[in-house]
Write a protein that binds this ligand. Sequence first.
Ligand code: UAG
Ligand code: ATP
Ligand code: API
Ligand code: MG
Length: 487
Amino acid sequence: MMTLKDILYKVTLNAVVGNTSVSINNIDFDSRNISKNDVFVAIIGTVSNGHEYIDTAVKQGAIAIICEELPAVLVEGITYVQVESSSRALAIMASNFYQNPSDNLRLVGVTGTNGKTTIASLLYQLFKKAGFKVGLLSTVKIMVDNKEYKTSHTTPDSLTINKYLKEMSDEGVAFCFMEVSSHGIHQNRTEGLHFEGGIFSNLSHDHLDYHDTFAEYRDVKKSFFDKLPASAFALVNVDDKNGLVMLQNTKAKKHTYALKGYADYRAQILENQLNGLLLKINESEVWTKLIGNFNAYNVLAIYATAELLGLEKVETLRIISELESVAGRFQYLISNGKITAIIDYAHTPDALKNVLETINSIRTKNEELITVFGCGGNRDKTKRPKMGHIASALSTKVIITSDNPRNEVPETIIEEIEKGIEPQNFKKIVSISDRKQAIKTACHLAKPNDIILIAGKGHETYQEIKGERFDFDDYKIVKELLKQLEK
Ligand SMILES: CC(=O)N[C@H]1[C@@H](OP(=O)(O)OP(=O)(O)OC[C@H]2O[C@@H](n3ccc(=O)[nH]c3=O)[C@H](O)[C@@H]2O)O[C@H](CO)[C@@H](O)[C@@H]1O[C@H](C)C(=O)N[C@@H](C)C(=O)N[C@H](CCC(=O)O)C(=O)O
Ligand SMILES: Nc1ncnc2c1ncn2[C@@H]1O[C@H](COP(=O)(O)OP(=O)(O)OP(=O)(O)O)[C@@H](O)[C@H]1O
Ligand SMILES: N[C@H](CCC[C@H](N)C(=O)O)C(=O)O
Ligand SMILES: [Mg+2]
């Protein structure tokens, strides 16, 4: 049995009222999950304030309350602990509660606007193929070696992270690769974890609804590197102008990678085709099935990481050529009628631009590029016109549609996307808010050898409308529609 004192180890306490030697059953930050002898951690969120649920938690049997402000009336027999930051305290307590599982495996965090899932998933595959037991915490799924779990976040809350790390540690997992989102860092979800390495892919426009300015978004990412210990490595892409910024105040050992500039790890694209890339990494040539310039960066990042973690170079290169692309990232099919449909998770201006430029570098002038995309509701509005501009400038036809409208009106989101389109491109655009109809229209418009890009949802298998998730799978839908049309 654990006591409150055990899990408070290393938490900075401002005040304690009551007994910390009490035995505790579980910890939670949501009053709705609290039952007898649990510890409730009150967090000030973006929508509500957990401190308002302290009474409910006590009524449901909480034995201790962790909070930033003590309630006016204290209940006899309950221990109240006041801390500076409840979310930071939660993360440290979560680690203690699960016996500090991040100490038992070699944990590497991947941060950046685009490429986190790709890099983390490729590292998972690479180390699996090299014969290790491996863990993965990603947007698409959580893997405890061969066991797969669903996930709702890119970087889960600290209790969930530590729960899975504990399972990994019990399973004898040697390496774990995890995505570290800016929300995750900002909400202290990764506090107290023992990282052996951090990777920075790039920084471009996203989430400027949550972070007030780009500088704030950058500094949140940077704080992840600031906190790495001296024993860790920090590996950054220095073709990105913020790569060196990430290294400014880190104690970790600094390593760089680049395609254009000078760096410790360098790659060159020798060939770029629809079936893969031929790269020269440092002095060796390697073929990969991954497609697009941006994937040259991802492959270089995993090569460097493998070396930093001690994998043998020749083996790494051999395995790289066997790696499969990640679900919903430049996933494509070619129909019987010779129409290519590409599903990609590009949901930021930079990712959309990269994907379109990659397709354009492969496409010949006679073929049409028909792009179907939308922008998420209740997310950064300022990226909408930018994505409208990019899609219309780089495609021959564009169908603007819905991508998880959440609690917003789909037509309003579409109008905001349309604002970024320049008059000379108006004729390329159609707006159809129903995503299935939009994809159907693209299939009707496409002729043999044309390319349809369906962007934004990648691996997602739902459309989220007003809090409800309806089944929706871009890949399945386009495959089925093309088959019907070509019958
Ligand atoms: C904006 C955001 O990130 N919100 C996250 C945050 O919730 P919140 O701050 O809104 O919580 P809140 O509703 O205000 O509640 C505050 C506190 O009161 C508690 N509460 C609330 C009600 C009640 O009855 N009782 C109770 O105790 C809540 O449990 C919470 O502790 O903390 C929750 C618990 O960790 C997260 O689930 C939630 O993620 C929401 C669902 C979300 O959509 N997050 C996205 C934006 C996100 O995190 N995305 C990033 C990836 C982004 C990217 O890189 O592309 C990710 O890492 O997944
Ligand atoms: N290194 C990269 N640079 C720029 N764009 C990239 C890079 N890697 C992938 N992309 C593009 O970004 C999209 C998302 O990639 P990925 O899922 O790996 O990113 P992510 O950082 O995990 O995103 P999220 O923040 O949603 O978790 C891809 O579908 C592709 O279009
Ligand atoms: N992790 C990102 C994913 C966006 C994917 C896109 N399909 C959307 O719903 O906006 C987010 O939650 O902002
Ligand atoms: Mg991701």
